[in-house]
Design a protein around this ligand. Structure first.
Ligand code: DGY
Length: 324
């Protein structure tokens, strides 16, 4: 029996491409040619190949238009990400296409990235690194690049899902007090002492650092806007490793310039890979290139998870991690 055709939109770790080639009639993108940025081109390639499955990634434009243009042969779209705001899931469902993601395996790594941003922002690590690289460092000085400690500070986690809970457990090691805001309260055993807030104003006015872990999409669009930033205490820190669209960039730049927000750490951007111009002139913002889950171990695990889902669905079995 011929193997099902699988279209991979991106270059993936070697072990994942090898497995895809062994188990499917895989059409790889070994040079990461940027055709994946064009939904019509994804659909054209899927039709040309007669693809049964598509393995795509965060940011690929799997919009309603792309999905409408896919050939009838496509039965599954597996995204190499936990987030799936780049896929119009209802449009896929309406065409009988199963959509899957890669939850759990990346929670710890993504929390590590949030922690990195939080520490870098608090301790002015980006500024210091730039100073040394520019050969401008003239030696240790008592008042040089003083940041703030995280010890004893109140960390506010917006979105207490798996990643938020991993970050909470790391932050307890820094002796931070954990607060969280979510649509509903966790069971007590999962809270582990974290303090739940049922309203934005109380949450924002209590915390010293916000770490954002909410999905993208209309419901969270520009959630951290000028009004909410104003509710935070002067000198607070902002960290976002969730989705860029949940921050109002104009408002955050204004708050960083005025000093109301001491510093920010960002790993995600609205309209990636474009980064809002206003950030580039600021010393007090750390800008990472969407590194959230980027570890060797995790990217392999994500790849296996995506392939496990494709194998199941294309064999007529239920998906392991369906979304929507
Ligand atoms: C995800 O998995 O959603 C990440 O943001 C992509 O690395």
């Amino acid at each position: 029996m011929p193997k099902p055709v699988l279209l991979l939109t991106r270059k993936l770790p070697a072990a994942i491409e090898a497995r895809a080639a062994a188990e499917f009639d895989a059409r790889l993108n070994p040079q990461d040619d940027p055709w994946f940025r064009d939904g019509a081109e994804i659909a054209r390639r899927a039709a040309e190949a007669g693809a049964a499955g598509i393995l795509c990634a965060a940011g690929d434009p799997m919009s309603a238009e792309t999905i409408a243009a896919l050939p009838a042969s496509v039965k599954a779209i597996a995204t190499f990400s936990v987030g799936y705001d780049h896929i119009n899931v209802p449009a896929a469902k309406a065409r009988g296409i199963t959509v899957t993601n890669t939850p759990e395996v990346l929670s710890f790594a993504t929390a590590e990235t949030a922690l990195t941003l939080m520490l870098m922002a608090a301790r002015r690590a980006g500024e210091g690194e730039r100073m040394v690289r520019a050969r401008k460092w003239e030696g240790w000085a008592p008042t040089q690049l003083m940041g703030v400690t995280l010890e004893g500070k109140k960390l506010g986690i917006l979105g207490m899902g798996r990643i938020g809970r991993e970050l909470a457990s790391m932050a307890r090691g820094l002796k931070m007090e954990i607060h969280y805001r979510d649509v509903q309260r966790l069971p007590a055993e999962a809270e582990q002492g974290a303090i739940f807030h049922d309203n934005d104003a109380g949450f924002l006015s209590t915390i010293d650092v916000i770490s954002m872990h909410v999905p993208g999409g209309d419901a969270t669009r520009k959630w951290l806007n000028a009004e909410r930033l104003a509710q935070m205490k002067p000198g607070s820190l902002v960290v976002n490793s969730g989705r860029g669209g949940s921050v109002d960039d104009v408002a955050l730049v204004a708050a960083l310039k005025s000093g109301h927000i001491r510093a920010a750490g960002l790993d995600v951007y609205d309209g990636e890979p474009v980064v809002f111009e206003g950030y580039f002139g600021l010393e007090n913002v750390v800008l990472l290139p969407h590194l959230g889950s980027a570890t060797i171990e995790v990217r392999d695990a994500m790849g296996h998870r995506a392939l496990d889902n494709l194998t199941a669905v294309l064999a007529g079995k239920p998906a392991l991690h369906p979304v929507g």
